[in-house]
Structures are given as structure tokens and as C-alpha cells.
Design a binder for this molecule. Structure first.
Ligand code: GRF
Length: 226
């Protein structure tokens, strides 16, 4: 008699993006290299001109644009786009540069199954213009966060963060460019921990290996989180 080990099914992911799609592209690259045990099922966008759609298509991933203008109001659009996402039976939704605030009722339905990448060290600088705000505040260190999505904008439990120093002469543009490379590594590493069952959300907050996470994990130089 032969014995075989049943491998768990890979985590099914649907991405949401409004723009360039480089973070979703980082997931594609990591999946392709065998660094990320996930299935990237689809990329949904609220903008038909989002470059992210082409990023997904080039990798053979279904790319779908839906326009908020076709719906009566925000809740109606959000219900529709998340119903479309649900058709792919995702275990996890990854907001990777998705620039819309999502209806709280829709967010609640995906509690613990939706993450976002935000370009600041949360809880600092929720919302927009994070690089400019960090420079104006004179911060020495800035960064990005991956967090579970709750109804509170950029306010859900943080899983992990990547830090960069702010340098003399930095502009919002130079900071954005330098941080983006770290965002890609942070997002891949965070999704990998969820995909391998090391990270999850429960009523107490983020769990890391079944224990409550006291502080966000930090991205290390080797690309791992600790
Ligand atoms: C990233 O800076 C991300 O943190 C923010 O939007 C940007 C998206 O970039 N939420 P891209 O579309 O993934 O290239």
C-alpha cells in the first residue's frame, strides 16, 4: 500500500486594484517563481483604464472592470463588484492599490478575509498623501503596512510593516519610488504567511502561529517577516 500526503489546496485570491497594479504584479511574480502557494483567480477594478487589468491579463489571469457609474450608489456598486469577486470563491481578497472606500456592510461580510496595503506606518497617516504628510511632519522613518480591512478606513488590525528612512532632499515622489519596492516584498511576505496558515484574524486581533500578535511583524532585509 502506498501512502501519500494530501497537500492543502492553495489559497484562492482575488485582487482589487484601481491603477498601475505593481503590487498585484509582485504577487504574480512570486507565484510564478514558486515563492507563493496561492491561486490568483482574478483581478477586479473600478476603472476600465487601470493598467492593473493588463498586468493580470498578461499573466493569464481574468481581469474585470466594473464602473461605479453603472450603479445607483456606492453600496449598490460595492455589492455588485464583491458579488462578482465571490463567483471566484476566493479565500482572500487583496486590495492592492484599490482607491475606493468600501461600504461597511460589504466589508463586514469579508471580515478576516480581506487585506489592504497602505503606504504608511499605520496608525500614522490613514487616507491619502501619506508621503507628503510624513515629510511635512519631519519623520525620520516611514513605511508601509498590510492590514485586515474593517469598516474604519485604514484602521483594521495591522499584520506587518516595512520601514524606510526618510532622507534629506526626499520628495513625495522619491519616497513613493523607494517605498514601492518594499511594499512589493511586504505584500508577498504577508500573503505567504496567510497562505501557509501562520497568520489569521480572530476576535482578539491578528494571530501569528495561533497566538495574538502584540505588534506588527517587521519586514527584514532577507524579505522575511518577524
Ligand atoms: C501603493 O502605493 C499602495 O500602497 C497604495 O496604492 C499604491 C498602488 O500601487 N495603496 P500599485 O497600483 O500596486 O502599483
Amino acid at each position: 500500500m502506498t501512502s501519500r500526503t494530501l497537500r492543502p489546496a492553495p489559497l484562492r485570491i482575488v485582487g482589487f486594484a484601481s491603477g498601475r497594479g505593481s503590487n498585484f504584479g509582485a504577487l504574480i511574480a512570486a507565484r510564478h517563481d514558486g515563492r507563493l502557494p496561492v491561486e490568483l483567480c482574478a483581478l477586479l477594478s473600478d476603472r476600465s483604464d487601470a493598467a492593473a487589468l493588463g498586468v493580470a491579463q498578461a499573466a493569464g489571469i481574468e481581469a474585470i472592470a466594473m464602473s461605479p457609474r453603472d450603479y445607483a450608489d456606492r453600496p449598490a456598486f460595492d455589492r455588485a463588484i464583491f458579488e462578482r469577486a465571490a463567483q471566484f470563491r476566493p479565500d482572500l481578497i487583496v486590495l492592492a492599490g484599490y482607491m475606493r472606500i468600501i461600504d461597511p456592510g460589504v466589508v463586514a461580510a469579508w471580515s478576516g478575509r480581506m487585506i489592504n496595503i497602505h503606504p504608511s506606518l499605520l496608525p500614522k497617516y490613514r487616507g491619502l498623501h501619506t508621503h507628503r504628510r510624513a515629510l511635512e511632519a519631519g519623520d525620520a522613518v516611514h513605511g508601509a503596512s498590510v492590514h485586515y480591512v474593517t469598516a474604519e478606513l485604514d484602521g483594521g488590525p495591522t499584520i506587518a510593516q516595512a520601514e524606510i528612512p526618510l532622507l534629506a532632499g526626499d520628495t513625495p515622489e522619491s519616497v513613493a519610488e523607494r517605498l514601492l519596492a518594499q511594499e512589493h516584498r511586504l505584500l508577498v511576505a504577508s500573503v505567504a504567511l496567510i497562505a501557509t496558515g501562520h497568520v489569521a484574524l480572530d476576535d482578539c486581533g491578528v494571530l501569528f502561529d495561533s497566538a495574538p500578535l502584540a505588534a506588527p511583524l517587521k519586514l527584514r532585509a532577507d524579505g522575511s517577516l518577524a
